[in-house]
Design a protein around this ligand. Structure first.
Ligand SMILES: Cc1cc2nc3c(=O)[nH]c(=O)nc-3n(C[C@H](O)[C@H](O)[C@H](O)COP(=O)(O)OP(=O)(O)OC[C@H]3O[C@@H](n4cnc5c(N)ncnc54)[C@H](O)[C@@H]3O)c2cc1C
Length: 370
């Protein structure tokens, strides 16, 4: 196969870039697609995330973003079934739900109850007695607890499956770092990489936190920056807890299958700083242990840093460029890019193939004149 001429060139090999290629190829198998990614990028968000599929715990109003997240959660079981079948890579996924201790949400507890009821969100309020039966491992200071019907995925396995699915579907995965572009009038002709030019009919910029750097090469200014998250993973028996826990400034997510529990996370506006600070990790564990005391003695497996791509208004940027005839964006998925993957892939495939009737103005690149 010609390695330098494609119908669609996706720049970015995180969950966003690969899922767009996956959906496009399933929708239109004749397309010749390449996914370009920087293989040495250890800060990519897709492998750094906790894998919470949490539209209900993360959102507090029923705006268009909330609805998009909710649709994506609903699509997850079918999306993973298809992905696992194409890739033959297993992905741990659970719908056991999340727990929110009232002690962590004191000021907003009543508002949350009203929001959950008014939006028909699956949830239960557990009395202190019920918490003792259903979740005896929680600190007794947690008070009543809300169970919320949402999900959890092992995002590293999901990323592995997406990369393998791309290969199995005949998508070219090129471990290439894009450093520039050539243009032909108001269109992009090629992406310039360390291993030569990659020509395409259409280009998709899906490079997470690095999207603004690449756009700058095209003289486009995306108001998007990395928000750093430090995280860690500790060893606790799989059977210890099935739920994802959302506390104040902390969450604890079960990865199951002997992979322990992920504890997150900081939100730091510090550019592309890759450092991991021991005292920050100690503080994350101490905060989490306030609601889950067993964490105090759980052995640390690893800690890491990742970068969330955050647009100025914290909304995703998804759609066609107004400045280049053949450029599309999918970036800025900030704290929810794992959750948004299935719906985002459908949405972008529809936009790129020009089959989508109903674009969402809140997500449009036109809001930033891109
Ligand atoms: C600590 C942390 C916790 C999170 N937890 C959750 C969670 O629980 N649930 C959830 O839904 N979301 C979560 N997120 C958010 C989610 O991880 C992101 O929104 C999502 O992964 C973004 O995916 P992406 O593919 O756009 O970006 P990335 O995964 O960052 O990928 C960007 C890609 O672009 C490539 N690239 C960059 N520059 C170039 C270049 N010049 N040339 C070629 N390729 C390039 C990189 O190599 C990389 O492959 C979390 C994020 C972090 C950091």
């Amino acid at each position: 196969m010609d390695n330098s001429n494609f119908d669609i060139v996706v720049i970015g090999s995180g969950v966003i870039g690969h899922s767009i290629a996956f959906r496009l190829k399933q929708d239109a198998p004749q397309l010749k697609i390449a996914v370009l990614g920087d293989p040495v990028n250890s800060l990519q968000a897709s492998r750094a995330a906790a894998g919470m599929l949490a539209p209900f715990c993360e959102c507090d109003r029923a705006d268009r973003f909330f609805k998009f997240c909710r649709e994506s959660l609903d699509k997850f079981p079918e999306f993973l079934k298809e992905l696992v079948s194409v890739s033959e890579v297993s992905v741990h996924f659970s719908f056991e739900g999340s727990l929110m201790p009232s002690s962590s949400y004191q000021e907003t507890w009543e508002e949350r109850k009203v929001f959950f009821a008014s939006e028909d969100i699956p949830h239960e309020i557990w009395s202190i007695e019920k918490v003792r039966q259903k979740a005896p491992y929680l600190s007794k200071d947690c008070g009543e607890v809300m169970w919320v019907g949402e999900g959890q995925v092992n995002n590293r396995q999901m990323h592995d499956a997406l990369m393998q699915a791309s290969k199995n579907l005949g998508i070219r995965v090129l471990e290439a770092n894009v450093s520039g572009f050539t243009r032909k009038g108001s269109a992009i002709a090629s992406a310039v990489t360390d291993s030569g030019h990659i020509y395409g009919e259409q280009f998709v910029l899906a490079s997470g936190s690095w999207s603004s750097q690449l756009a700058r090469v095209l003289e486009v200014s995306i108001p998007l920056k990395p928000i750093k998250g430090q995280m860690c993973r500790v060893q606790l028996d799989d059977q210890f807890m099935n739920y994802t826990l959302h506390g104040k400034m902390t969450y604890i997510a079960p990865w199951r299958e002997g992979n322990g529990f992920v504890i997150g996370s900081t939100m730091e506006d510090r550019g592309f700083d890759p450092s991991i600070e021991n005292e920050v990790i100690d503080r994350l564990i101490a905060n989490a242990a306030e609601i889950l005391p067993s964490l105090k003695t759980a052995p640390l497996i690893e800690s890491w840093t990742g970068l969330r791509p955050a647009a100025e208004d914290l909304m995703p940027i998804m759609g066609k460029s107004g400045r280049y005839d053949n450029l599309f964006y999918s970036s800025g998925h900030f704290r929810n890019g794992i959750l948004l993957t299935p719906n985002q892939a459908d949405y972008m495939s529809g936009i790129i193939r020009d089959t989508l009737d109903d674009e969402t103005p809140e997500f449009s690149p036109s809001r930033y004149n891109l």
